[in-house]
Design a protein around this ligand. Structure first.
Ligand code: AMP
Ligand code: MG
Length: 319
């Protein structure tokens, strides 16, 4: 049920059951990080392979040493600067962190989310929350309580209503190898912003070569409808003889009789606005009567790179 009742959410979480929580990135499917029944039920509800680890959400940097140890100084620099915010750090785990959370890895993913309701929850609980995104494995991430209800309404007693997500795409995942800073998943925090603080970073944002970052499955964030990514939508539709298409474009409306529905992500050409609107647009067209979804690729800078990376995983390659 969608509700703003934080007390009810606390009660459910203390019983070892799951609650959908708002964050600035996407909605999370949260449970008690210290309760293995809760952790197991997150994997079961999402139908997520247990080899794909979860993110631990803590209330402030002060709790970092409760879940991780041997923390590199660059991790502190980043955490102090960007938390609460869309930065997930991969750090050596404390022995007491369940290996169910970390999928058997000796590292744990941790972040402080930036949403007042979820911070209030964390402040009133004496355990951290584990929370992956609140969607079935591989499907479109939820950025509103309604999206979560579309997936899990009958399974969740509480979908905490914190409104539409302010950022709307996932956190950036950063780890450390020796002295190097590694970015495992492109997200809403930009590489430039990280590099300003800690120097050059290395991008290991791929799938097959990199089993250590399991968020990087090639097929992810995917609509049910056949979906494509292209730089030139009009030409793509003609070349592939597609009609009754749903189109998600960046800044300008694309004119073609082959398009039945179109969502322009940001008429003013702002990539932050485009990020915020992306998953909502995907949900909308996936539920509509179009036969396929065609995405126009974003400018290849900043957040545009992050969005293109997600769209690559959401679509079938065809040109
Ligand atoms: P999500 O399900 O969208 O919240 O994403 C959680 C993601 O965090 C996972 O899919 C992994 O990519 C990443 N992650 C969590 N723990 C680890 C870890 N120990 N090492 C590498 N990546 C991790
Ligand atoms: Mg996810």
């Amino acid at each position: 049920m969608i509700t703003k009742d934080i007390e009810k959410a606390l009660e459910v979480l203390k019983q070892g059951k799951l609650v959908a929580i708002p964050t600035e990135t996407v909605y999370g499917l949260a449970g008690n990080a210290c309760n293995e029944t809760a952790i197991t039920s997150i994997f079961a509800l999402k139908q997520r392979p247990t080899t794909n680890p979860l993110i631990v959400h803590i209330k402030s940097i002060k709790d970092l040493e409760k879940v991780s140890e041997n923390i590199p100084y660059k991790a502190y620099i980043l955490a102090e600067h960007f938390w609460p915010g869309p930065l997930t750090l991969i750090l050596p785990k404390k022995p007491e962190v369940s290996s169910l959370i970390t999928a058997g890895n000796d590292t744990v993913a941790v972040r402080v989310p930036d949403h007042p309701m979820t911070i209030e929850l964390l402040n009133k609980l004496d355990f951290p929350l584990v929370a992956p995104s609140a969607n079935p494995y591989g499907s479109i991430s939820p950025t509103s309580p309604k999206h979560v209800a579309g997936y899990f309404d009958s399974e969740l007693e509480v979908i905490l209503d914190g409104g539409a997500c302010r950022i709307g795409i996932e956190s950036t995942i950063v780890g450390f190898e020796k002295e190097e800073v590694i970015v495992y998943r492109l997200g809403s925090l930009l590489l430039d912003e990280i590099e300003t603080l800690v120097g050059p970073v290395k991008l290991k944002n791929s799938t097959s070569a990199n089993p250590q970052a399991p968020g990087m499955q090639e097929k992810h964030y995917a609509p049910n409808k056949q979906s494509y990514l292209t730089e030139n939508v009009d030409q793509f539709l003609t070349l592939n003889s597609l009609s009754n298409a749903g189109v998600i474009s960046f800044q300008s409306e694309i004119l073609s009789p082959r398009i039945s529905q179109q969502i322009v992500l940001s008429p003013k050409g702002d990539l932050k606005e485009a990020s915020r609107n992306l998953y909502k647009a995907m949900h909308q067209l996936d539920l509509s009567s179009v036969d396929c979804i065609v995405f126009e690729s974003m400018p290849k800078v900043g957040l545009g790179r992050t969005i293109n990376d997600k769209l690559n995983r959401a679509t079938t390659k065809k040109q």
